[in-house]
Write a protein that binds this ligand. Structure first.
Ligand SMILES: [Zn+2]
Length: 288
């Protein structure tokens, strides 16, 4: 196993509010989550659609520095989980949190390591798809029980401050245990849109409860600003065709190329990348 030296950094600002300028804080290595899925804003962008093609792209993403694969599996959950496992050790996170619980049982039953769960109403206005789905606190409780029963790590999607209220509700009811793995969303169009700005990231990040592993997902041109801020702050990042398929030069590229570019930003500012073993430990996955 590769080992990284402990990474210390003097932050420009400190979201925890503790000794903002004078005390060093210890940061975890960076987790990059790869999303080689449909580009909701640019549906003409190519992406892997078969279990084998998804598995190969996952392997390339892992090779370039990603430790978690966020996949939609194109609906072929069992086959895709199997194919990905065959080619790499990347941690598998099953997305499509808009689907009803019954349609997500395949992800649980096939022992995906993680499952995405939205903490609020789905209200999205994509290029070809309108999505409007309510998710009650009762459903969130059901997911919490299922995730415990099947030993799958829930990844909670935080779209606005109200999502954090629901996260705190689950914590207060003792339905979930830390670390709380979360992704903060920015710039996704629709009724749960939030500004893709560093200001919004810092504001929302301060509201997050203790014990969170925070990741960011951004659609639009503000992506690089928030990604860089998150890397500097010790948070984690998610990139791929699903989020924003353009590289720094505005060219459409594959997800593994976006992972490679993000890894380059991290290296340039001195934040090491997590190994899969380190990422497993950070999200409290068994075997980590
Ligand atoms: Zn997704």
């Amino acid at each position: 196993m590769r080992r990284h030296a402990t990474f210390r950094v003097q932050p420009y600002y400190n979201l925890t509010g503790v000794s903002p300028f004078h005390k060093e804080i210890v940061m975890q290595p960076l987790i990059i989550i790869a999303t080689p899925n449909i580009s909701w804003l640019h549906p003409d962008v190519d992406y892997p659609r078969t279990p084998e093609a998804i598995a190969e792209e996952a392997r390339l993403c892992s090779e370039k520095g990603a430790t978690i694969l966020h996949t939609h599996a194109e609906g072929m959950w069992a086959e895709t989980i199997r194919a990905v496992r065959h080619r790499s050790d990347i941690i598998i996170q099953c997305g499509m949190s808009s689907l009803p619980v019954a349609e997500r049982m395949e992800a649980y039953e096939n022992k995906a390591e993680m499952i995405s769960i939205i903490l609020n109403h789905h209200d999205e206005a994509f290029a070809l798809t309108e999505c409007s789905v309510l998710h009650s606190r009762q459903e969130l409780a059901e997911y919490a029980h299922l995730s415990q029963e099947y030993d799958v790590i829930p990844e909670y999607e935080v779209w606005h401050a109200g999502s954090i209220w629901n996260l705190n509700y689950l914590i207060e009811k003792k339905l979930i245990k830390p670390p709380y793995v979360t992704t903060l969303f920015f710039g996704w169009p629709g009724g749960t849109w939030s500004p893709p700005t560093v200001e919004e990231y810092m504001y929302r990040r301060r509201l997050m409860p203790a014990g969170c592993v925070c990741n960011v997902s951004i659609m639009g041109e503000g992506q690089r600003d928030i990604i860089t801020a998150a890397i500097l702050q010790g948070d984690h990042v998610r990139v791929g065709t699903e989020d924003y398929p353009f590289n720094h030069a505005g060219k459409i590229v594959t997800t593994h190329e976006l992972v490679m570019e993000t890894a380059g930003i991290a290296r340039a500012i001195g934040r090491p990348l997590a190994t899969i073993e380190q990422a497993r430990k950070m999200i409290a996955l068994q075997g980590g």
